[in-house]
Ligand binder design. Structure first.
Ligand SMILES: Cc1cc2nc3c(=O)[nH]c(=O)nc-3n(C[C@H](O)[C@H](O)[C@H](O)COP(=O)(O)OP(=O)(O)OC[C@H]3O[C@@H](n4cnc5c(N)ncnc54)[C@H](O)[C@@H]3O)c2cc1C
Length: 530
């Protein structure tokens, strides 16, 4: 039988967002790096980040204050030493971006123009207008290309190859992965003593999300299937006001719009927030998201609305030029119309259990960025802490790997087996299962949870997982079936973690256990052992 193609490298980086590209840039001088990414390089959450990146650089602010704000936002579930370590390393991360050519905003006197966001006790957010992510991504891509680092676009990782899967004795070690070239359909192996997952979160597991299509939780599912420990998946952060329009996927209506006087109303223009919180429409993010969700469930309506008509066109076009123009693109004139909004899955706080320097429970496998759970975010992420985490952990992971060079993998990776699989002839099944998961997660495992809803979700997901497994083995794999399989694993991990947590804390709110326990415990799920 013909041997499958196997490509070797010293560092195999999966993903091309902030975490992946920064890891690759740091590692390039220590050995051969290959970056694989399942779409184009810039197709990732990083490219959509608007607000900025937290970092205490100087002035009256301190690392301790930043760490304290992070712990408070995370409802004291954050791991304090991790929080301090990441906050303290943030300046190095910002300098790494400046070295790549990112021009963060400055004031007229040449000092940094730092902004402040909800939950921060000081101005400490570096930004490049309201397109910080895009600017950073472009700068890192330019540097990647300039440094001649090998990258493979449209290359989706199918599964990790581990010694345990190959039946080898000793501790479980990652040897690389099977990947698929999405254009040619070819499946081959990338073999490496160091695989770094930087695959982002799983916002796509929910019906409404501001995440791009790449966020299907692949890395978390790959790691779990390979036997890695997963943590805190119940904590999914929802942004309260994502524009609700079929063509406007991912567009957020900034919280500043409420700050400037917009009221949340139902389709008849009636205010409803006062029923939930005395601060009305100015209540914090998680309460607003919960209230909108509750009104949508009560009325059966698809969305709620923001009303800022009273401010008039002149004010709105000056204060919110980007949001005004975007809404108008979709036929919504903020000066005359209500703005339809829904809460949307925004950020995955949990993920693959990892140390700040990327170590996971599997040797040879690192995890960095949104796919990792380091303990920084605890039960809720503080605004603009995620890019900071990706930057810092990419740097620390690269330093650890560079300090302990590994020999090349000598094990021969077996051919990818297709068994009796035939080309798929009913893509509608995949589309249907995909929709079903996202709808059931939204309805049963969303912002407000109950034991009954979680049990229903668990039951249905178990059946769906069987159906997906059958489909997966019966037909030749396609990128859609791979993502569906991963999405289903992430959905189950979220439900399992939510069922384990018998309290309400941070982003996990359940009517059956509405109080927060005195002690804060991480939720840990062991990796697959089958
Ligand atoms: C609208 C929006 C606004 C945001 N604003 C901010 C902000 O202001 N500040 C902040 O700190 N954070 C913000 N965030 C969060 C932040 O953008 C993300 O947490 C961060 O970018 C994650 O970076 P990452 O490198 O871990 O993942 P990503 O940037 O998502 O990159 C993941 C990469 O992995 C690739 N990939 C996934 N699966 C596979 C596979 N199977 N095979 C190959 N490749 C794969 C993807 O294609 C992608 O390239 C925002 C997020 C969104 C969606």
């Amino acid at each position: 039988m013909k041997r499958m193609k196997t490509v070797d490298c010293d560092y195999f980086v999966v993903g091309s967002g902030m975490a992946g590209l920064m890891s690759a840039l740091h590692l390039a001088s220590y050995g051969k790096v290959i970056v694989a990414t399942k779409a184009k390089l810039a197709d990732c959450n990083t490219n959509f980040a608007q607000g900025g990146i937290c970092c205490v650089m100087d002035g009256g602010d301190t690392f301790d204050k930043h760490a304290r704000d992070t712990m408070i936002a995370g409802a004291w579930l954050g791991k304090s030493p991790v929080v301090h370590e990441i906050c303290e390393h943030a300046p190095e991360g910002i300098h790494d971006l400046i070295d790549c050519g990112v021009k963060f905003a400055k004031k007229a006197d040449g000092s940094w123009d730092l902004t402040r966001e909800g939950g921060h006790s000081a101005r400490r957010i570096f930004h490049a207008g309201d397109i910080t992510g895009e600017k950073c991504e472009a700068a890192m891509i330019r540097r990647l290309k300039k440094n001649g680092i090998e990258y493979r676009e449209n290359t989706i990782v199918i599964d990790l190859v581990t010694t345990r899967k190959l039946g080898m004795p000793g501790a479980n070690r990652c040897l690389g992965a099977y990947v698929m070239d999405k254009e040619s359909g070819e499946i081959y192996a990338i073999r490496s003593p160091n695989t770094i997952l930087a695959t982002g979160g799983c916002g796509k597991v929910y019906l409404y999300t501001c995440n791009p299509d790449t966020a299907s939780g692949d890395g978390i599912a790959l790691a779990w299937r390979a036997g890695a420990r997963i943590e805190n998946m119940e904590f999914m952060q929802f942004h309260p006001t994502c524009l609700f329009h079929p063509q406007a996927r991912r567009f957020l209506i900034s919280e500043a719009v409420r700050g400037e006087g917009a009221e949340l109303v139902d389709k008849r223009g009636r205010k409803f927030m006062h029923k939930y919180d005395p601060r009305g429409s100015l209540a914090p993010r998680d309460i607003v998201a919960r209230s909108i969700d509750s009104e949508m469930k009560r009325t059966g309506d698809d969305c709620m609305y923001l009303d800022i008509r009273k401010k008039g066109r002149k004010y709105l076009t000056e204060r919110f030029p980007n949001i005004y123009a975007k809404c108008l693109e979709f036929g919504i004139d903020m000066a005359k119309d209500l703005i339809p909004v829904v809460p949307a899955a925004h950020y995955t706080c949990g993920g693959i259990q990892a140390s700040t320097d990327g170590r996971t429970s599997i040797e040879g496998l690192s995890a960095v960025g949104e796919c990792a759970s380091t303990g920084l975010h605890g039960a809720n992420r503080l605004a603009s802490n995620s890019l900071m985490e990706a930057l810092v952990c990419a740097r620390l992971t690269a330093a650890r790997l560079a300090a302990h060079p590994e020999a090349k993998v000598a094990v021969e990776i077996p051919n990818w087996k297709i068994g009796n699989a035939v080309p798929p002839d009913e893509a509608v099944l995949v589309a249907h299962m995909w929709d079903e998961i996202r709808r059931l997660m939204w309805d049963y495992v969303g912002i407000v949870r109950t034991n009954k809803r979680l049990a229903r979700a668990a039951h249905r997901l178990k059946t769906l997982r069987r159906e997906i497994r059958d489909y997966y083995f019966r037909y030749l794999v396609t990128p859609d079936t791979l993502e569906l399989r991963n999405l289903a694993v992430c959905a189950e991990l979220i439900v399992k973690c939510a069922q384990k947590r018998r309290e309400s804390r941070g982003l996990h709110y359940t009517l059956d256990y509405p109080r927060q326990s005195k002690t804060a415990k991480q939720t840990v799920i062991e990796g697959y052992r089958g």
